[in-house]
Design a protein around this ligand. Structure first.
Ligand code: FAD
Length: 474
């Protein structure tokens, strides 16, 4: 667990100040601290924090941070605690600042095509409000019911629809952020074009709570698609996966809304081990791709989708395919991909990775990775899958018969991230760096980039109170 750079000078005095700022339900201390605030999705249970602050308004966030700044008190912003980089798990004596009581959609502007939303709103609630108003909030991920808009922005979340709509970064038009000293930076821009000076909002997107606390956002909305076509395709080689990707994008002109690749090992594992996941195609193909088209004309879309698949079959890139005949069947295809949520239970312990690589090199990387892992651990089992259209590869490594205590996670990380560096990839595609990947940030960033990151951090948070020890050390 991270350690605070400086212990707060007088925790009792700080706690007394916080009790003045927050209502009784807004401050938990001592034994009253709920255990759920002590870990995010990835990390083991952390040490007890000093307290948990649960403000209701931007003004309260500002007052809490101003007090912490005066006292040199380290603060860990928390959203829905679904993060996979262990950045939101508090260390001993840190103050948890939970945004969970700051929720609600303030406005949907049908002319601007924007939503103004408080940071503690769950992604699912924001998506639902957009849908009810006839719009699409395009970022979507498996943790939608728990993760919060503020957490999605702080991690620059990706998910299943990036290929068409971009990452969270691309949805954020405006932000309200409270800086480490309590300064409220209001930049609730609704315009797509705004070149008036530096684009400050982008500093905070993906900053993992180290530069400021996000309290509100203006998000860009997209027209709500009315129809979806889904197919599962079997392919012979990774080169054919890339050919199919480019062919589908060309023929369907921008309407490809998901392109998820699964290697044979992954397909075999989830169709044999995860209850409720069926195999629409035989399990003897080297690669599988789940492809979605979203549009607004059921008949024309279906015809275009089928033509795209037929052409790919005629070219020999697809060797077999199943097209979902109903929404229910499409859901069952998607279970193949969502089954990864079961890995922590059914395939434990395993080391899970989220990296990105130039698309054309992903196939060769996966082969090199398998060779390197088997050389080090001859009984290792590996599965590869990912949002290949976004250059994002996920993989997991399991050592049968090796329990949690003996599992060599650090050694497995070393092997994998050294290869990512060799293939000019990034050690984090969408989950962030947090604490877990901190030793490897330098594999994907130059010394000059790291120095500039530290300069920005020092300028915005001179006492280093926001999420100390996450992303990099000062
Ligand atoms: P938390 O976990 O609470 O925090 C994450 C980071 O953001 C921490 O550094 C925290 O300090 C900071 N933070 C949180 N709120 C704020 C705020 N208001 N202001 C400043 N900093 C803040 N991620 C993807 O990108 N794509 C996926 O497809 C995906 N699928 C997932 C599926 C499952 C089943 C799970 C469990 C996770 C998945 N994730 C995925 C990871 C995770 O859901 C995202 O990283 C999510 O964006 C985190 O949001 P959160 O609110 O839970 O943040």
């Amino acid at each position: 667990m991270p350690h605070a750079p400086d212990a707060p000078d007088t925790p009792d005095a700080l706690l007394a100040e916080l009790a003045q700022i927050l209502d009784p339900a807004g401050l938990q201390t001592g034994d009253a601290i709920e255990i759920r605030f002590r870990k995010d999705w990835y990390a083991p249970l952390g040490d007890p924090p000093l307290a948990v602050a649960r403000p209701r308004s931007t003004e309260q966030v500002s007052a809490v941070l101003a007090a912490c700044h005066r006292h040199g008190q380290p603060v860990v912003p928390q959203g829905g605690l679904t993060g996979l980089a262990s950045a939101a798990t508090p260390g001993r004596g840190e103050l948890v600042l939970s945004l969970e009581r700051m929720r609600g959609v303030e406005e949907i502007d049908g002319q601007a095509g924007t939503m103004t939303v408080m940071a503690g709103t769950t992604l699912e609630a924001a998506q639902g409000a957009a849908r009810d108003a006839g719009w699409l909030l395009a970022v979507d991920l498996g943790a939608r019911g728990s993760c919060q808009i503020g957490g999605n922005i702080a991690t620059n979340a990706g998910g299943n629809r990036v290929i068409r709509y971009g990452m969270m970064r691309d949805q954020v038009l405006g932000l309200e952020v409270v800086l480490a000293d309590g300064t409220v930076l209001t930049s609730m821009n609704k315009m797509l074009k705004n070149n008036a000076g530096y684009d400050l909002r982008q500093w905070f997107v993906g900053s993992e709570g180290t530069l400021g606390v996000i309290t509100r956002a203006v998000l860009r909305l997209a027209p709500l698609p009315a129809t979806t076509q889904t197919a599962l395709c079997a392919l012979r080689s990774f080169d054919d996966v890339v050919r199919l990707l480019r062919h589908a994008q060309r023929v369907l002109s921008g309407r490809v809304s998901a392109f998820e690749a699964m290697w044979a090992d992954y397909y075999a594992l989830v169709t044999t081990r995860v209850p409720g996941v069926r195999a629409p195609l035989a399990a003897d193909h080297p690669f599988y791709v789940l492809v979605d088209l979203q549009g607004n004309d059921a008949e024309a879309d279906a015809a275009a989708f089928e033509r795209m698949l037929e052409e790919a079959m005629d070219a020999g890139w697809i060797v077999d395919a199943a097209v979902a005949a109903s929404g229910k069947e499409a859901e069952s295809f998607w279970k193949l991909r969502d089954a990864v949520g079961e890995f922590p239970q059914m395939w434990a312990p395993n080391a899970a990775f989220d990296v990105s690589l130039p698309i054309g090199r992903i196939g060769a990387f996966a082969e090199a990775l398998k060779a390197a892992m088997l050389a080090a651990y001859p009984t290792a089992e590996l599965v590869n899958f990912g949002h290949v259209g976004d250059s994002n590869l996920h993989f997991s490594v399991h050592l049968p018969g090796v329990g949690s205590d003996a599992f060599p996670e650090a050694e497995i990380d070393e092997i994998a991230y050294a290869l990512v560096k060799r293939f000019d990839g990034s050690v984090s595609a969408e989950h962030g760096i947090g604490i877990h990947k901190k030793p490897y940030l330098g594999h994907s960033r130059t010394p000059a980039e790291l120095a500039l990151m530290r300069t920005v951090k020092r300028a915005l948070d001179p006492k280093g109170i926001l999420n100390p020890g996450r992303v990099f050390d000062i």
